[in-house]
Structure formats: structure tokens, C-alpha cells
Design a binder for this molecule. Structure first.
Ligand SMILES: [Zn+2]
Length: 293
């Protein structure tokens, strides 16, 4: 019996220490076994500071994200403790086969070849967005798992390559949901509204900060129903679908940004479900322990 338990313990320890796997454009939830308390509550990956959520002195939760354009090579992240103690964590990077789907969209020429005035506006807004995405609340604002905002048909998925008016190429780093004008759009999770205004490209836009570097954005809205600075609950209506900004017709553009990278939002939904299960499992272990002694 003892041997069997030892074997089980060995394999569960092995499973826990398996390398987290990332893919370009993905986000992955992972639990880290800590040798010591990181001084700044952060994981450092390639010079980037990623907030950790400490479950206990020995365990931390983290969401890792990779750019759509990330190189396919394994890398190391680290935590730093007192007296510059360092613990390294290996992260595997695997290829993800994004489909080369070419969309030929006919959009208003004015929104592809920008006038000086529009270009100035687009640059100003880009700077504003960079500022917003660079600071996120340092605690979890979200509760339980993320939800996709609508269950309607996806008219464009994450990672599609698109061509506007035959020359301007972009990757579509979000999801487009079919949504007639006026469709109520709920927030994917609880968070703080950090932007609620009209933008050149995404039209009437709402951005929600869910804490720890996770943001969701809702674009092309006909009407915005929230104000900057307010807290929204999961499922609370942030606006009504529309066709504002650079669009060919009414739809919802849903973007998910994690640690500065646009990632596949439906992967975040799955990873946050994993997070929820892991947290419940660990909490159960903690609560059940005293009874066993
Ligand atoms: Zn879109």
C-alpha cells in the first residue's frame, strides 16, 4: 500500500512540475511551485514583469501570454527573492497552425488611406491605448471563469489574415461575433471600465480591466452603456452592438489583451476554467488537511 502511495505521489509531483506550454497568440494559466517568496510578487520573462497571485507561500498562480508573432523557442522565466535568490521556470513554446484565411474586405477608403487629420487622431488614440494597457490593477478583479460575450456565429476568428482593399494587410487579433444593431453586449467578467469612448478604428469602444494585466475590449458599439472608472459585474451590459469605426457591417469585435499581447479570447475562457478548477482543488486540500491529522 505504502509503495502505491509513493508511486502516486511521485507521479503527481511530476505532473505538477511539467513545463507550462505556450503557443503564439495564446494565454496559459499555470501553477508555480515556489522555493521562496518572490520579493515583488512577480515573474520575470524576457525583461517583462508578470504579476503573480500567491495562493500560499509555496504556490503561485500566473497567466502567461505570447504574442501572435512570438518565436518558436523555449524560454525561462524567473522569480527573485531576498538576497537576489533566483528560481528559474522553463516554459515551452509550441507552434500553432493559424489558418491563412484571406479576407478581402471592402471598407471605406477614408479608413484605410488616412488623411492627415485622421492619422493624427489614430496616433493620439494609439498612445492613449498604450497608456491604458500598461497599467492594470494588481489584484484579481475577475471572478471565476471568463465568458464569451455572445453565443452567436463567429464571422471572423482570432489569427485570420485579412486584406483591406487589396493592399493593407493585418492579422485579425480578436473575434467578430454576428450581432445586429442594438444587441446587448455583456462584460466577459467583473472588472473596472478603463475606457468608454469613440475611437477611430474600433468606433464606440469599451475596455474593461480585470486585474493582473488582463483586459477585454468591445468594439463597434452603437451605444456605450457604462462610464470610465466604474466597476462592472460579469454579464453586465457595457453597450449595444453597432457598426461604428472601421467596419463593413454591424458586429461585435471582442479583443482580449493579456500582459500587453492580443491573445485568443476563447483560449482565455478555457484557461480561466482551468484556474477555477485548480483553485477549488487546492482549497479543498488546504481545508481537508487538518481532519486527516
Ligand atoms: Zn474584429
Amino acid at each position: 500500500m505504502k509503495n502505491i502511495i509513493a508511486v502516486i505521489l511521485f507521479f503527481s509531483a511530476f505532473a505538477l512540475s511539467a513545463k507550462p506550454v505556450l503557443k503564439p497568440g495564446h494565454v496559459t494559466f499555470t501553477t508555480l511551485d515556489l522555493e521562496f517568496l518572490p520579493q515583488d510578487n512577480s515573474l520575470w520573462c524576457d525583461g517583462k514583469k508578470i504579476p503573480l497571485f500567491l495562493f500560499s507561500e509555496k504556490k503561485a498562480f500566473v497567466y502567461l501570454s505570447a504574442s501572435y508573432f512570438a518565436q518558436i523557442k523555449n524560454f525561462k522565466c524567473k522569480t527573485v527573492g531576498k538576497k537576489n535568490k533566483v528560481q528559474y521556470f522553463d516554459i515551452a513554446m509550441e507552434r500553432f497552425p493559424y489558418k491563412e484565411v484571406f479576407h478581402e474586405l471592402k471598407v471605406n477608403k477614408k479608413r484605410v488611406e488616412l488623411s492627415k487629420e485622421d492619422l493624427d487622431r489614430a496616433i493620439r488614440e494609439k498612445e492613449l491605448l498604450q497608456k491604458i494597457y500598461s497599467k492594470s490593477t494588481g489584484v484579481f478583479l475577475f471572478e471565476k471563469s471568463f465568458k464569451r460575450p455572445l453565443n452567436s456565429k463567429l464571422t471572423s476568428i482570432y489569427g485570420n489574415r485579412r486584406i483591406f482593399n487589396k493592399n493593407k494587410k493585418t492579422q485579425h487579433l480578436g473575434y467578430d461575433f454576428r450581432a445586429p444593431i442594438g444587441t446587448p453586449i455583456p462584460s466577459s467578467n467583473k472588472g473596472k471600465v478603463v475606457l468608454a469612448q469613440d475611437l477611430f478604428f474600433s468606433g464606440n469602444t469599451v475596455i474593461v480591466d480585470h486585474g493582473l494585466g488582463i483586459f477585454t475590449m468591445y468594439g463597434h458599439l452603437n451605444e456605450i452603456k457604462v462610464k470610465q472608472g466604474m466597476m462592472v459585474e460579469k454579464g453586465e451590459i457595457v453597450g449595444l452592438a453597432g457598426a461604428t469605426g472601421r467596419v463593413t457591417g454591424p458586429h461585435l469585435h471582442w479583443g482580449v489583451k493579456v500582459h500587453g499581447e492580443w491573445v485568443d479570447g476563447l483560449v482565455l475562457v478555457k484557461e480561466s476554467e482551468k484556474h477555477l478548477k485548480e483553485e477549488e482543488k487546492l482549497a479543498k486540500l488546504v481545508y481537508e488537511q487538518p481532519n486527516k491529522n
